[in-house]
Design a protein around this ligand. Structure first.
Ligand SMILES: Cc1ncc(COP(=O)(O)O)c(C=O)c1O
Length: 398
C-alpha cells in the first residue's frame, strides 16, 4: 500500500463512516426530497440534508445564529467560487485579490475582466503571506466592490491572517469572499464573526467528505445581491416562472448530490466527535516531523514558511531539489510507493510569488491518517529516489 502525501488534492482515506452513509443512502434511502409525496423516505432525505446544512453552519459559523438556510451546496468549491464571483461582479466593478490564489479564483476573474470587471492583485511576500496593510492600500486606492482571498495556500501551506484581512475589508466596507478549500475542517472558522460575505468550502479535503461536494455559507444580504447562474429545477415554488428568492433554493437548482451530502454529513459528524483543533494538531505533529527530515535532504529547496507554527501554516510542503525535475522525481516516488503531486498545482500565481515558476514544485501534503512511521518511511523513499534518478550531489550542483 502506498503512502499518501497528496491530501491537499483530496484527503484519503476517508473515515469509514463516509462510505457507509453513502451506501446506506443509496440502498435504503435514495428519495429525491421535495419532488415526491412526502413519504417516509422523502422526509428522511430532507432531514439528512437539513442535518448536513446545520453541521456546516455550526462548524463554519453560519449567519443568523448558524441558520442552515444560508448554507447552499455545490459540486465543489470551484463551483462555489464561480457562483459567487460571477453572481456578484458586474462590468465596471473592481475586485481585489491576492497573488496566492488557486485558478478556481483566478480563471473566473480573468474571464470577468473580459466583461469589464477590474481586477487588482495584491502581491504577497516570498513566503506567500499577504500583508493586511497592502490589502488595505489596494482597497483604498480606488473604489473596490469585492475582495476574494485564499485562506491557506494549496502549494506551500501558508495560512493568511484572515481575521486581520476581514477587519481591513470591514473597515473599507468591502464584502469579503474566502476560499477555505485547504482550511475548512482544520482551522477554526466563523463566517459570521469574521463578517464574510461568502465562505466557500469544498467537502472532500479537510472536511473528509466525498468528491462532488462543497458549498457556500452566505451572509443573507450578500446572497440576495448575487444572481444565480443556474436556474430552475428547485422542486419548490413551482408556480413561479422565475428562480425563487428564498434560500437555500435560490442557489440549488436541479437534484443535489444526495449520496455525496449523506457522506459529507457523516464526515462532519466524525469531525465533531474529534474536534477541528485535535485533528489539526495531530496533522501538524506529523507535519513537523516530516519538515525536520525534509530539511536534512541533500539539495533541498523549501518554499514557504520553514517552521511548523500552529495557525500560520498547514502541513502542505513545496520543494525542489537542485538539478532535479520535480515531475521525474514524483514519478520515481510513485513507483516506490509515495504519492505526491508535482508541477503548478492549479496555482501559477502562487509559484510566481514563491519563486518557482515555471518549473513548479513537488508538493507533499499530509493528512489525518498519516503516521510518524509513514513520515520516516517517506523520507527514506525520497532519499532513495533522489539517488536512483541521479540527483547531483550538493557539492557538484554548486
Ligand atoms: C485553495 C484551493 N481553492 C480551490 C480548489 C478547488 O477545489 P475543488 O476541486 O474541490 O473545487 C482547491 C483544490 O485544490 C484549492 O486548494
Amino acid at each position: 500500500m502506498s503512502i499518501y502525501f497528496n491530501n491537499a488534492a483530496t484527503t484519503w482515506p476517508k473515515p469509514p463512516c463516509v462510505a457507509e452513509a453513502m451506501k446506506d443512502f443509496l440502498e435504503n434511502g435514495g428519495a429525491n426530497f421535495g419532488r415526491g409525496t412526502s413519504s417516509g423516505r422523502d422526509l428522511e432525505t430532507m432531514g439528512m440534508v437539513l442535518e448536513c446544512r446545520e453541521r456546516v453552519a455550526r462548524l463554519l459559523g453560519g449567519w443568523e445564529n448558524a441558520s442552515p438556510q444560508y448554507v447552499t451546496f455545490t459540486a465543489n468549491i470551484t463551483e462555489a467560487l464561480n457562483t459567487v464571483l460571477k453572481g456578484y461582479l458586474k462590468p465596471g466593478m473592481r475586485v481585489v485579490t491576492s497573488s496566492m490564489e488557486h485558478n478556481a479564483v483566478t480563471r473566473p476573474l480573468r474571464h470577468l475582466e473580459q466583461t469589464g470587471v477590474k481586477v487588482t492583485v495584491v502581491q504577497c511576500d516570498r513566503f506567500g503571506r499577504l500583508d493586511p496593510a497592502d490589502l488595505d492600500r489596494a482597497l483604498g486606492a480606488e473604489r473596490a466592490d469585492l475582495a476574494v482571498l485564499n485562506h491557506c495556500s494549496n502549494v506551500c501551506g501558508t495560512v493568511q491572517d484572515l481575521e486581520a484581512c476581514a477587519a481591513v475589508c470591514a473597515g473599507r466596507g468591502v464584502p469579503l469572499v474566502a476560499d477555505t478549500a485547504q482550511t475548512a475542517g482544520l482551522l477554526p472558522l466563523d463566517a459570521h464573526k469574521l463578517g464574510l460575505a461568502a465562505l466557500c468550502f469544498t467537502g472532500h479535503k479537510g472536511l473528509m467528505g466525498p468528491q462532488g461536494t462543497g458549498g457556500i455559507v452566505w451572509k443573507p444580504d450578500f446572497a440576495q445581491a448575487c444572481d444565480p447562474f443556474c436556474e430552475g429545477g428547485t422542486g419548490s415554488f413551482s408556480h413561479l416562472e422565475t428562480q425563487p428568492e428564498a434560500m437555500p433554493d435560490r442557489f440549488e437548482s436541479g437534484t443535489q448530490n444526495l449520496p455525496g451530502i449523506a457522506g459529507l454529513n457523516a464526515a462532519l459528524k466524525w469531525i465533531e466527535e474529534r474536534s477541528v483543533d485535535s485533528l489539526r494538531k495531530a496533522e501538524n505533529a506529523v507535519g513537523a516531523r516530516f519538515l525536520d527530515g525534509l530539511k536534512t535532504l541533500p539539495g533541498v529547496r523549501l518554499y514557504g514558511l520553514t517552521e511548523m507554527s500552529d495557525g500560520k501554516r498547514l502541513p502542505v510542503f513545496a520543494v525542489n531539489f537542485d538539478g532535479v525535475d520535480n515531475a521525474v522525481l514524483a514519478a520515481e516516488l510513485s513507483d516506490r510507493g509515495l504519492e505526491t503531486r508535482p508541477g503548478l498545482q492549479c496555482s501559477p500565481w502562487a509559484h510566481q510569488t514563491l519563486g518557482c515558476f515555471p518549473q513548479g514544485a513537488l508538493r507533499l501534503s499530509l493528512g489525518a491518517f498519516n503516521s510518524p512511521e509513514e513520515v520516516d518511511k517517506a523520507l527514506i523513499i525520497i532519499d532513495q529516489s533522489l539517488k536512483a534518478i541521479g540527483a547531483p550531489s550538493p557539492i557538484a550542483a554548486r
